[in-house]
Design a protein around this ligand. Sequence first.
Ligand code: BYC
Length: 324
Amino acid sequence: MAADERIEPRDWMPDAYRSTLVRQIAQHAHSEIIGMQPEANWITRAPSLRRKAILMAKVQDEAGHGLYLYSAAETLGASRDDLLDKLHSGRQKYSSIFNYPTLTWADVGAIGWLVDGAAITNQVPLCRCSYGPYARAMVRVCKEESFHQRQGYELLLALSRGTEAQHAMAQDAVDRWWWPSLMMFGPPDAESSHSEQSMTWKIKRHSNDELRQRFVDICVPQAESLGLALPDPDLKWNEERGQHDFGAIDWSEFWSVLKGNGPCNEQRMTQRRRAHEEGAWVREAAAAHAARHSERERATGDSERAIENSERAAEDSEREEATA
Ligand code: BYC
């Protein structure tokens, strides 16, 4: 680690390093699949075929991100069934942000701009995470997230430059998503139980507060270009620090959402459990198909090997005859 080399699945690692990674990667994977829900809410109501196609592609990408991440967790010996079981029974978390509702079409834009923007800020450093499979999964996730962020920005720009009602709808969405997006980065450093150890292990490269500050500094000029205001009267440039000062975050709201009391926690979990139950037949069919496929491959492999063996035997006996 001191030499900045990657740790790979077969390398020896301390148990606590392994369990920290499983905790973080699982929480990340769960966030990706739960994150499909608030956006999917708008697929049937997207205002044009173009917007519908974009949103469907984005929601599908999130499912893909979940799959890369569950696979990365599997390389640490965690089974996917067990991780899903822990999500469904509330023993593992997913990101606080997905417990907020998507009330209008503009929320799809605000999620893209702010939520995906926050995710990119947090995840680009994870591409340099010390654990190889997680770091490599992040490279692809970040590329896709940057498309997601841009579609959100472009959607909000269209609304902001549209009618007065459309502009108001965009502003209302930004007003509701701004603070929860800042909470995505996790508790303040002083209250972050895992940061110090995770930074020593180079799982996390920056603290929660550092990344939150970076995100605020990125968003301010973008909001100006969008013609939308960020809902924080204390937000201002600090010449001395070379960064923006911003208002106090309501951490009691964050902890309450984590405890299950956010506006949509119950709805998200009910829907997730239902989707899992309703998808049982797909998993069974896929497993049966895979079993049949490998059976057939084995049988084909056997007969091909039998032909090869008899050809080799024939060649051998020809050679023996010739020698004789
Ligand atoms: N929400 O010691 P800390 C996406 C928990 S997906 C809920 O700072 P750590 C997207 C934390 O788990 C976005 N819980 O923790 C998807 C810990 O509790 P436990 C997800 C949170 O791990 C679809 C406790 O608070 N991104 O963008 O060092 C569509 C103390 O925190 C949160 C990731 O998962 C939270 N926001 O740092 C669109 C990125 N924050 O486990 C977009 C990977 C903290 O002790 N994860 N907690 O019970 C990370 O980078 C880190 O895990 C965090 C937290 C920065 C989030």
